[in-house]
Design a protein around this ligand. Structure first.
Ligand SMILES: [Zn+2]
Length: 98
């Protein structure tokens, strides 16, 4: 599993709920399609998926990003991006490759 650094800010937490939320919504809609049919057929209820995606993305956009961790290096000072250029003098690059 190539999971990235887990950020504990609310924005990333809500954003991580996007996938499971969509799966649950699709599952519920297909279940309604199987059980009820008619008005609850998937052709009628599929906009709920769009609503779920919109609500979750809106909530993640409005959520505060306090304590957001974007870089995998924990000792990086905020505001300064780590040097991504290939500097031969710096031997402590984060992307070591092989
Ligand atoms: Zn975050």
């Amino acid at each position: 599993m190539s999971d990235r650094v887990r950020c504990n800010c609310q924005r990333c937490t809500i954003r991580s709920l996007m996938g499971p939320g969509i799966l649950i919504a699709v599952g519920i809609l297909f279940l309604l399609d199987q059980v009820r049919g008619g008005h609850f057929s998937f052709g009628h209820t599929f906009p709920v998926i769009l609503i779920v995606i919109g609500v979750i993305s809106l909530a993640s956009a409005l959520a505060p990003a306090d304590g957001h961790i974007s870089a995998p290096v924990p000792s990086a000072p905020p505001g300064t991006s780590p040097p991504s250029s290939q500097n031969p003098f710096s031997g402590q690059g984060q992307g070591q490759g092989h």
